[in-house]
Ligand binder design. Structure first.
Ligand code: UD1
Ligand code: UDP
Length: 358
């Protein structure tokens, strides 16, 4: 008998999105398998999430590693095609907007195996972002589209996706955050990293910020002006480490550089932070739910709901220091306002739709 559901994961942001879906399907007795493409492979970018989020060991790891977009996507496709011809799952599930997502979508579509996209419909309308290409192609081909926000539903409808395939289910990444809130220990992690009571967290890895030496130099100037106001802890994504180091990012006395952190350690620091500086997609959402001011160093976001219903602001590099000052001086609302259906139950809703589909 063929397996019912095959999940494709591969990069850090996939893991907190997949965990609640896998758990909810498990509770409902669905037979499932988990593939790790190997897009991310460092202990701190991958294994730590499996341990902390109680994810099952992947049944298969394709071990593709790093490469150019074409090399990496093709390697994932080659591995997945062979696997799916063997397993013939009744449904493939892909997550987010990384190359592992796109590769899964293309292979499933060509083998005529139905697939679901978790986090469908997000649009930055910026095709210079590799993720935007991945989102557009994946959503064009998907059979089930799970949206995290009303704007995502509207984008899919405007692109002509049949309404019967779109399901507004909330945000599984937030299920994971809410399920782990009690495990976040701000004081402990702050002591481990030797941070004072008031500090900021910065995480930066988008190609537009960290790939080019000129961008990295501007970014460094901006972050240093912010660090003049309050110490910043910066868990550095491997992508930007060399370029940011060459630009002098880590030379400011108030910038505390650390390796990528585990999920619980990172979100503990975010929870206790006075503000967060980021270009991450997921972190814009998590700060919104935690009620922590988030300054996103990007010209656009595919997650506008974190601005309309959350704590996020888009800022330019030249404006960062001034925006940090405003964020640090502004009183926080007593209760964070959160986007609709970001209630910790998205995984269950997704599982119910999948079961109907099967
Ligand atoms: C990928 C996603 C991006 C996501 C990010 C999350 C794509 C196109 N991009 O970007 O959307 O926001 O993951 O973190 O899929 N590296 C390591 N160790 C690892 C993984 C990567 O050292 O475990 C280094 C390698 O030098 C590699 C570089 O990071 O070349 C980039 O990795 P890659 O997976 O290609 O893209 P990310 O920048 O991580
Ligand atoms: N994250 C983490 N440790 C870190 C940085 C981020 O656990 O040092 C988590 C973060 O809380 C979120 C996910 O990784 O759950 C987001 O991944 P990332 O920023 O790499 O990708 P994006 O969301 O931008 O695609």
């Amino acid at each position: 008998m063929s397996v019912q559901v095959l999940h494709v994961t591969g990069a850090r942001p996939n893991f907190p999105k997949a965990a609640p879906v896998i758990r909810a399907l498990d509770r409902r007795g669905v037979e499932q398998r988990l593939v790790h493409t190997g897009q991310h492979y460092d202990e701190r970018m991958s294994d730590v999430f499996f341990r902390q989020l109680d994810l099952p060991e992947p049944d298969v790891n394709l071990g593709v590693g790093s490469g150019s977009h074409a090399v990496q996507t093709a390697a994932i496709m080659t591995g997945l095609e062979a696997l799916m011809l063997r397993e013939r799952p009744r449904l493939l599930v892909v997550y987010g907007d990384v190359n592992s997502t796109l590769a899964g979508a293309l292979v499933a579509a060509k083998l005529e195996i139905p697939f679901a996209h978790v986090e469908a419909g997000l649009r930055s309308f910026n095709r210079a972002m590799p993720e935007e290409i991945n989102r557009l192609v994946t959503d064009r081909l998907a059979d089930l589209l799970f949206a995290t926000s009303p704007d995502a539903v509207a984008h899919l409808a405007a692109e002509g996706v049949d309404a019967g395939r779109i399901h507004f289910v909330g945000n599984p990444m937030i299920d994971t955050l809410l399920a782990n809130l009690e495990r976040l220990d701000v004081a402990h992690v702050r002591a481990t990293v030797r941070l004072p009571e008031r500090y900021m967290v910065a995480t930066l890895h988008r190609p537009a910020n960290v790939d080019d030496a000129g961008d990295a130099a501007e970014l460094t100037k901006a972050v240093h002006a912010a660090a003049d106001q309050l110490p910043i802890v910066m868990p550095v994504h491997p992508r930007g480490r060399a370029t940011l180091a060459a630009a002098g990012m880590f030379d400011h006395p108030q910038v505390r550089v650390v390796n990528p952190l585990g999920y619980l350690e990172f979100l503990s620091l975010v929870r206790g932070a006075s503000a967060v500086i980021t270009d991450s997609g997921g972190v814009q959402e998590e700060t919104t739910v935690l009620g922590v001011p988030c300054l996103t160093l990007r010209p656009d976001t595919e997650r506008p709901v974190t601005i309309s219903h959350g704590t996020n602001r888009l800022v330019g590099r030249a404006d960062l220091a001034a925006e940090v000052r405003v964020a640090l001086d502004s009183p926080r609302p007593a209760e964070p306002v959160t986007p609709p259906l970001w209630d910790g139950r998205a995984g269950g809703r997704i599982a119910d739709v999948i079961i109907d589909f099967l």
